[in-house]
Every structure is written in C-alpha cells, then in structure tokens.
Design a protein around this ligand. Structure first.
Ligand code: NAG
Ligand code: NAG
Ligand code: NAG
Ligand code: NAG
Ligand code: NAG
Length: 766
C-alpha cells in the first residue's frame, strides 16, 4: 500500500515537475495569427489573412496584443527571455506616420488608462517615470519627442518604467554580408525583424530586414537589471499608438521563449502578406500625366497623319483590275529616297524623272508628273494597263504606276545608258559619238518595236512621240522605245478617235492637225527619227543656215546634188562604215516623211527595207511628196526656203504643192485672226491665255493649252496656224509673182520670137 502511495506520489511530483518546467520554459510561436491566439485591446485586431493590426491610420488610437498566459518571474531564478517578431509600419501615401511599436512586459493586461501618441499605449502622464508601473519596453519610435529626449524620429530605445529610454540607437542593422552597419527606415513600409534577448544581465536588441538573417552584432547591447521590475505574473505584449500622425502598425509573426536556446525562429515563408495601399497620385501629378498622355497621343496622331499624308495616294474601285501594276507611293518614295535630287535624271516635257531602286525589280526610273481631273486619268490608267501588257524587247518595260492626288508616277526599268539624243546631240569630247553599227542596230530595233505596236500588239498602239530623246539605251546599247505618255490605243480595224495634234515639232506629220494621229503619222515621225540618227541633227534647226534648217529638205537637196553623204552626221566621217547602209537609212527616212500619208510605207515594210529583205522602191528627189517640206512650218520663220540652185519651175512646183496642201488644211481657210476658238482636238481653247500657259518649245514659238488640257493633260494648242496663214499669204504672193514672171517671160519669149521673126523677115528683105 505504502509502495502504491509512493508510486502515486512519484507520478504527482513528476507531473508537477513537468508543470513547473513547462512554466519555466513558456514559449510560443505565431507565424501569422488566428482569432483567439492573443488578447487584443484598443483598436488592435487580427485581420482575416492572419495579420495582427495594432492600429490603423486613424489618429490618436492605440492597440495592444497580449499573450494570454502570464509569465512567472522569481528574482531568485533566471529572469531571461528572448523574443523575435516581424512588424511593418505602413503609411498612407504622402503622409508621415507615427508613433511606433513597442515590445513590452507588463504586470497587467488592462492598459486602457494608458495614452496613445508618444505614450505608445503603455503609459500615461501618471504612470510614466513611476517605478510602480513596472513596465519594461523596447520601442521602435518614429516620432521625435523632445520631452523624452528622443534622439531622432527613427530610433530603437530601451524603456524601463519610463518613455525616456535608458539606451537608444538610430534604427539600423549590422549587415554580415557587407560587414557594416546599414540604417533602416522604420516607416518604409517594409517588414522588419526584431530580436530582443535578455539573460538577466545583458539585454541585446537587433533589427534586420525581413529576409536577412539575425545579425551577428546587436544594435543595442546593454547591461540591465530588471530584478525589481520582473516579479511575479507578468504579461508579454506588443503595443502601438498613433497621434497627430498615424500609420498602420502590423505584426506579421511573433515568437517568444523564456530561454534563448529554445526560441524558435519565425518561418518567413509562412508570414502573412502586408497590404500596401495603392499609391494614390496627387491631382497635380495626375493632371500632368493626363497632359503628357494627351501630348504623346497628339504627337503620335500627328506622326500618323504626317505619314499618312506623306504616303497618301488615290486608289479607286476601277483600278483593282490593274492591281499588279500599281505600286504604293510609299514603295516609290522609299525607292527614290524621297525623290532625292541625287537620283534626278532629267526633266521631260511632261514631268521629272528620278532614279530609284526596288528590292525585286532592281534599278528603276520613276517619272513623276502632276495631273488634274478624273476622266483623263482613268483613261490614262487603262492605257497604262494595256501598256503593261506590251512586251517587246525594244520597248522600255513598264513596271507599273502609282497615283496620288494631283500626281502620277510611271515606273519603268532604269536604262543605264540614258536616251539616244544624248549621244547624238550632246556635243563635246566627253561624250563619244555612237558608231554607225550601233546606230543602225538601234534604228532597226525601234523599227521592229514600232511594227509590233502597229501590227502585233493586242490593240493598235500609236506612240505619237517617236524621237531620239524617247529612245532609251540599255547597258548593251539596245534601243528601247519609251515614254508612252502620249500614246493612244485603238482596236485593230477601228478608226482612232480624233484627239489633239500632239507630238514634237519636226516629227509631226503635216496631216496630223487635220486628220489626227494614225499609224502613218507615227511612220512620219519614225522617218524624221531615221534622218536624225543618220545626220546627227534635229529635224528642225531654226538657227541653222536657211538651206539646212529643215533636215528633210536638206537631205533631199544633198541627194539631188548626188552627194547624199554630205548630210550624214559629221561625227561619223572618221569611221569606216557602209555608206550604203547610211544612204539606205536616209532614203527610208525620206520615204517615211513623204508629204502624202498614203505614199508612206507601213512599218512592216520599213522593217523589211532596213533589214534589206526587200529592195527600196524606185524614187528620186524629184518624186512628188519626197523631201517636200512638211506643212508644219515652224511658224514665223519668215525665210521661205528657196535654194538658189533650183530651177524656177521646181521651186514653183514645190510652192504649188505646199499651197495646195495648206489649202487642204481646212482650219487654215477658217483661221481667224489670232488664236482659233477651236483646238484641232475639237475642244475650245482658253479665252485668255496666261503667260504661264504658254510654252516656249522653240525660240519665238508659243504653244497654248486648250481647255481640254485639264482633263487630258496632253493637248497643246499650236498657234502656228497664224504663222501658216501668213506663210500661205506670202507664198500666194510669191506664186503669183512667179506666175507673173513666167507670163512676162512667155511674153518676152513671144516678143523675142516676134523680134526674131521680124529680124528674119528683115534679113529676107535685105
Ligand atoms: C480604425 O479602426 C477603428 C476601429 O476599428 C475604426 O472605427 C476606424 O474607422 C478605422 N479607421 C480607418 C482609417 O480604417
Ligand atoms: C522563489 O523561488 C524560491 C525557490 O525556487 C522559493 O523558495 C520562493 O518562495 C519563491 N518566491 C516567490 C515569491 O514565489
Ligand atoms: C481596466 O481598468 C479600469 C480602471 O483602471 C476599469 O474601469 C476597467 O473596467 C478595466 N477593464 C477591464 C477589461 O478589466
Ligand atoms: C494612469 O493610469 C492609471 C492606471 O494605470 C490610473 O490610475 C491613472 O488615473 C491614470 N492617470 C491619468 C492621468 O489618466
Ligand atoms: C548579447 O551580445 C553579446 C555580444 O554580442 C553576447 O556576448 C551575449 O551573449 C548576448 N546576450 C544575449 C542574452 O544574447
């Protein structure tokens, strides 16, 4: 029985021991809090996420949290304790916060009589400095209170029964990594770890940012005797208070133990997240931001509009079928580097030509000209589309076009050797003359191209502007007919619609103004071109000596004098060449420039002549229509060509032929004084002609625009009608004079005969 009692006693005393030691070893850890874990007072509360909020941002508030179970202190035993907690002070944006957090030991959980603000919810004016209050605290103070001799507004202090710290230090931690002390801003909103260790003699306080290990060196290490304070039941707690300045005081986790060895470290990963209020922007900043955004938007919009305008082009429904031939303006703009002057190739009658490079097509030439109106454009685009379908090795390949408001672009292959006229006319040593073999090759090429246009293409194509400056040369000096700006298209067998007489003076067939363009007018221009190439001269040279002014006439004249080669290009004289082929080309040129359209050969025949497949027909300088000056008399050239060597009859015949031709031109008969109301194209000429609307193509000559110009862009009014009329009048007078002379001559002859008869009569009488 006694044994049983003994056993019972042993068990009781063992349990007691456990109880005592457990009391001694009171420790707890909260990696985040749950309702009921702590006794909270004041405004303190445990938030759903497990965060302990000691105060919110309301002013003049305090809040405390106590571990419910009291600690037993007995001064004859160890007074040690250790704690580790994580806290955060989160301010309202743009507001300085206060007042701070304290870890404390207090004999009571009822601190309702304590004050907020600088009293930190621990003391009031009565209890401060009073040994009977028995409160020990480690404060994280964020407000500098002069009455408590605070060192600054961001410090750690050790308080014993008083808010005047026995020891204090600016908030900082010793970084073991960097081996130096680093300051901490308590109010930064970042979570801070705090360690407080007391072994009965020394009190150590350390701080560190959340993810930093406990520093090896303490911020505060001071010897402290708390034996008078730590007696009997003591409650351990955390307190915070706000004053005029306020912020959220949060505790994330808390670990406590009576001994340093058994203190458990907080598990940082399990700690609740601290809410950081979204930074509210100040109205000024918001306004600035809005203004900035508007400016940026405006700039972007401007840039977009600028770009759109820069690359703007006109596209219409009917253009779709020409899709493949249409280039975007941007492509062309980039290809020509923004129509940079470095790529400027030249200026033609209808626009400027720029060189460019496209990735796929290689070097290109871009012809740019302005236009107005819609109707003409549509037709033009259609024609360009059909031009795109043209395929002949002696045609400049047209790659496509582009259209913008008021501007039009033609894109063709770039011809490295430029146009033929440069080689024919640009004098000087630096441009070597083109040898005859090459000229002959080019001429034959152009002839076959023209034959293709007239006969073989899907539609009859009238080029209407054949001349040396429209013949381009590729790298191997193959002639390629270009510039279809004036070309007209019509179906085989159909009659071309009458359009304005266009072309270049000297290449224009005489009937052009009255009958309109036809394949025969192209043949005429080709004839003029042949003579041009063979003679190295333009068809009309107003400044030359009278007998050389008109090339056709001059070549014929030389032929008449049995020295046709006299007319050839002097630059060719140094070469050995077949004079036969030069003569051939000249004679074909004369055949083609026959005054009578029907007498001109078709292009097919011209090709055969040039290829010497068919012999030339019999003809001589005296053959009617050959070498007769075209009626496109360059207006005011008052000197009527009269070669002294010609017999009177020949001149008379020539003039009669011309007169007849002029008479045939109905508009001459109808010609009014001044500029006729009607253009040959049928549209009305402008009533008043601005200086700007007149073009000086030849010295002293004026070309006026007819009203239709706006739509078509091609009609030129040629006011040489007046000149022609004057010319006709002058010719009529001269013919009349010659006829008079002839009559007189006949009369004289008759008189001479009479006289001779009388003489013989007299002789007989004598
Ligand atoms: C702070 O908490 C108190 C009591 O819980 C409440 O009355 C007050 O509105 C809160 N203040 C703010 C700014 O949330
Ligand atoms: C303190 O502890 C000692 C022995 O552990 C005990 O004798 C004494 O009564 C205790 N004092 C108080 C006030 O509890
Ligand atoms: C706290 O103490 C005051 C007086 O000091 C008392 O009025 C109040 O009821 C106490 N509160 C609690 C919860 O005990
Ligand atoms: C200070 O608090 C104590 C209780 O802790 C109370 O008795 C006293 O009246 C308070 N003094 C002031 C001025 O509030
Ligand atoms: C306090 O720090 C000192 C020096 O760093 C150390 O020797 C002492 O053991 C520490 N005391 C406690 C209770 O941590």
């Amino acid at each position: 029985m006694a044994q049983g009692l003994d056993l019972t006693w042993m068990v009781i005393s063992f349990l007691l021991l456990i109880h005592l030691s457990s009391q001694q070893e009171t420790s707890f850890i909260f990696n985040g809090f749950r309702q009921g874990d702590l006794h909270v007072a004041g405004v303190a509360q445990i938030l759903p996420g497990g965060l302990l909020q000691l105060t919110n941002t309301s002013e003049q508030k305090m809040g405390q949290a106590f571990f419910k179970q009291p600690l037993e202190f007995n001064s004859s035993e160890s007074l040690s304790f250790s704690t580790h907690f994580a806290c955060a002070m989160v301010r309202k944006p743009g507001v300085t916060g206060g007042n701070g957090i304290a870890f404390f030991l207090s004999p009571t959980m009822n601190l309702s009589e304590a004050d907020a603000t600088q009293y930190l919810g621990l003391f009031n004016t009565t209890t401060n400095m009073s040994p009977s209050s028995r409160i020990f605290a480690v404060e994280l103070d964020t407000v500098q209170s002069a009455e408590f001799d605070d060192i600054n507004n961001n410090h750690v202090g050790v308080n014993v029964n008083s808010l005047t710290s026995t020891v204090s230090a600016p908030a900082a931690y010793f970084s073991d990594k960097e081996g130096r002390s680093k300051s901490i801003n308590l109010l930064s909103g970042d979570s801070i770890q705090v360690w407080v260790d007391y072994d009965g003699i020394i009190l150590n306080v350390s701080l560190a940012p959340l993810r930093v290990q406990k520093p090896s060196q303490s911020l505060i290490s001071t010897s402290l005797d708390l034996s008078a304070l730590l007696q009997g039941k003591m409650f351990v707690g955390l307190s915070a208070a706000t004053g005029q300045l306020a912020n959220n005081h949060y505790i994330l986790g808390w670990s406590f133990s009576r001994s340093k060895q058994s203190l458990q470290s907080l598990d940082i990963s399990k700690l609740p997240k601290v809410p950081h209020p979204k930074k509210k922007l100040s109205p000024v900043l918001i306004l600035l931001l809005i203004v900035l955004i508007i400016i940026v938007l405006l700039l972007l919009g401007g840039a977009y509009l600028y770009r759109r305008n820069k690359y703007a082009e006109v596209r219409e429904e009917w253009e779709k079928e020409y899709g493949p031939h249409r280039y975007s303006y941007k492509t062309i703009y980039k290809a020509t580097k923004g129509f940079h002057k470095d790529g400027f190739l030249g200026k033609g009658g209808f626009g400027e030509v720029y060189k460019g490079t496209l990735p796929r097509e290689g070097d290109i030439a871009v012809k740019r000209f302005s236009h107005d109106g819609q109707r003409g454009m549509k037709q033009f685009v259609a024609e360009i589309a059909s031009m795109g379908r043209l395929d002949h090795r002696n045609l400049v390949p047209l790659l496509g076009y582009c259209r913008r408001k008021r501007e039009f672009f033609l894109i063709s292959k770039y011809m490295p050797n430029g146009s033929l006229d440069q080689f024919l006319f640009r004098g000087g040593e630096e441009s070597p003359s083109l040898p005859w073999t090459k000229r002959y090759w080019i001429v034959k090429g152009i002839a076959s191209a023209l034959c293709y246009l007239h006969r073989e293409a899907a539609q009859v194509v009238l080029h209407r502007d054949i001349k040396a400056s429209n013949v381009m040369l590729d790298s191997e000096f193959n002639g390629k007919l270009g510039d279809f700006g004036m070309a007209r298209y019509h179906d085989h067998g159909a009659n071309p619609t009458m359009t304005g007489a266009v072309g270049t003076v000297g290449y224009m067939a005489p009937e052009l103004t009255s009958m309109g363009a036809s394949t025969r007018t192209d043949v005429y221009a080709f004839g003029a071109f042949l003579l041009e190439v063979a003679c190295g001269r333009r068809p009309v040279e107003p400044t030359a000596a009278a007998e050389r002014q008109f090339l056709v006439k001059w070549v014929c004249e030389c032929w008449r004098k049995k020295d046709m080669l006299k007319a050839r290009d002097p630059k060719l004289s140094g070469e050995s060449y077949s004079s036969r082929s030069v003569e051939l080309v000249m004679k074909v040129g004369l055949l083609c420039t026959n005054l009578v359209p029907e007498a001109r050969p078709e292009m097919e025949r011209v090709v055969q002549y040039l290829e010497e497949l068919v012999p030339l027909p019999d003809f001589e300088p005296e053959t009617p229509g050959i070498g007769v000056l075209s009626s496109v008399m360059v207006g005011g050239s008052s000197s009527v060509v009269v070669s002294n060597g010609c017999k009177m009859e020949e001149e008379l015949r020539d003039m009669k032929a011309r007169k007849a031709h002029y008479d045939m031109l109905h508009f001459v008969a109808d010609a009014q004084q001044g500029i006729p109301k009607l253009c040959p194209c049928g549209s009305i000429t402008k009533e008043s002609v601005d200086e700007e609307d007149t073009y000086d193509y030849l010295p002293g000559k004026r070309y006026f625009i007819c009203k239709d110009f706006e739509n078509d862009g091609m009609h030129f009014r040629q006011p040489w009608v007046m000149g022609v009329q004057q010319e006709v009048e002058r010719l009529k007078i001269r013919v009349h004079e010659h006829e008079k002379l002839l009559r007189e001559c006949d009369e004289l002859k008759a008189q001479v005969r009479m006289l001779l008869r009388r003489v013989s009569d007299l002789e007989r009488v004598v």
